[in-house]
Design a protein around this ligand. Structure first.
Ligand code: FAD
Length: 400
């Protein structure tokens, strides 16, 4: 199947190189591979290892720490290709954390941690796949978190609960967000939160319990509830400044959101591709179903929606370094909002095009639809993305 309509944005030389390399690599993992991971709910470790073997997990790690030293404009290409290869959002999720959780380490960790750990992460020998922010009583309102980290001599003692934390079993480390000062005692709710690099093997020995959350979308990539009961973390594993962790997260948020938008885009593109293929092949009433405009228009509409999202994503990724943070935030939220909706529209159109076979596992489009539905919920819900635009861009009053 030619990719012409998918290659609609002009790329730089580096972006083209990323696209070519990732496309070739992903072609080693066919639909059956991803279908099986989805059905058996098994983590795509072979896929992750394959990307790691070619150094792609070090995508955003500077060369001096053993990485590739690329940036958001290349990361959007990489993640669009991964999702668009047929691996969908599950494939993207299995790589995304491995790339993005090293960013705060690069930006805020002590030199010793960086020198020791980052080359191993880039080589795929150690994984920082898990990031722990969300809590049962603090979802979208993440500063309401109550997980506490209390200083005790050379250690911090962690107590509390996290929920929906992905890839914990595939990770050596967890980047954990916890309150070092309770919300009632800080002048701004965004203060008093700190970031820790938790060695998971030590934490399990010391009172960390995890429980998998059964789920329908992207079940190959597991998410967990985490229970911390007096887990001790050495004080030198505090990343950055005590109490400033939330700002450290915000620092890389726009980049990450754009890249997730690119993952939604890739998912929508592969769903649309499958819809087009089936619309051309399947004959009912003596002709291809794609000749019916009731079939054709939703596919064409999806193409238009995906292209609009793509333009915003690529344009913003290109200019990100020159944009003020507020402007970058606006574009990243627009990109994520448009791309998640476009992915959902494309997957839904692909399912409808397949008729009854739309729900047959062998055609994959039902898998894409489950995943596309998820993209409207994570890592930020569509409503919260709109809240950002309403309040921060349109200057409407804040409701909460
Ligand atoms: C598969 C999966 C993987 C995840 N992985 C991770 C992970 O690795 N690490 C991590 O920390 N978190 C993770 N999350 C958590 C994810 O980021 C949250 O689920 C998400 O931010 C929404 O929070 P919530 O589920 O608590 O929803 P809630 O905050 O409870 O919101 C429920 C609903 O109310 C709406 N709502 C709430 N407040 C408002 C408002 N003011 N205005 C309008 N609407 C509002 C929301 O949009 C949503 O529709 C994951 C979640 C899933 C499902």
């Amino acid at each position: 199947m030619p990719h012409d309509w998918r290659d609609s944005v002009a790329l730089t030389e580096r972006q083209s190189l990323v696209r070519r390399s990732i496309r070739e690599l992903c072609a080693e993992f066919d639909d059956e591979y991803w279908r099986t991971r989805d059905r058996e709910e098994t983590y795509p470790q072979a896929f992750v290892d394959r990307l790691a073997a070619d150094g792609w997990l070090g995508m955003l790690i500077p060369e001096e720490y053993g990485g590739v030293g690329m940036s958001t404009s290349e990361a959007v290409v990489m993640m669009e290709e991964i999702a668009g290869s047929g691996g969908g959002f599950a494939a993207a999720q299995s790589i995304h954390g491995g790339i993005y959780n090293s960013v705060p380490i690069v930006n805020y960790a002590d030199e010793e941690i960086k020198r020791n750990l980052l080359p191993k992460v880039a080589a795929g020998e150690k994984a920082i796949q898990a990031f722990g922010l969300t809590e049962p009583n603090a979802g979208s309102d993440s500063t309401a978190m109550t997980t506490r980290a209390r200083r005790d001599g050379d250690e911090y003692v962690i107590d509390g609960e996290k929920v929906w934390i992905s890839r914990v079993e595939a990770s050596d480390y967890l980047v954990l967000m916890a309150r070092t000062t309770p919300r009632e005692e800080v002048d701004k709710r965004t203060r008093g939160i700190s970031m820790f690099l938790v060695d998971l093997a030590d934490a399990y020995d010391d009172g960390l319990d995890i429980e998998r959350i059964p789920k329908t979308a992207a079940p190959a990539v597991h998410s967990y509830q985490l229970y911390f009961d007096g887990v001790r973390v050495p004080a030198d594993r505090l990343i950055g400044e005590e109490g400033e962790g939330f700002y450290q997260v915000l620092d890389g948020l726009n980049e990450e959101r754009l890249v997730i938008a690119a993952e939604c885009l890739g998912l929508g593109e592969v769903a649309l591709e499958r819809g087009i293929e089936y619309a051309n092949e399947r004959e009912v009433f003596g002709g291809p179903i794609g000749a019916n405009q009731a079939i054709q228009h939703p596919l064409a509409e999806s193409y238009a929606d995906l292209l609009a999202a793509k333009k915003v994503i690529y344009d913003a990724a290109d200019r990100l370094d020159d944009l003020e943070r507020e402007r970058a935030g606006a574009e990243a939220n627009v990109a994520k909002y448009l791309a998640a909706d476009a992915a959902f529209g494309a997957a839904d159109a692909a399912v409808q095009t397949h008729g009854g076979f739309g729900v047959a596992r062998e055609y994959d489009v039902e898998r894409y639809l489950r995943e596309a539905r998820l993209t409207r919920l994570v890592p930020i819900t569509q409503q919260l993305a709109l809240n950002y635009l309403g309040e921060r861009v349109l200057d409407l009053p804040r409701s909460y």
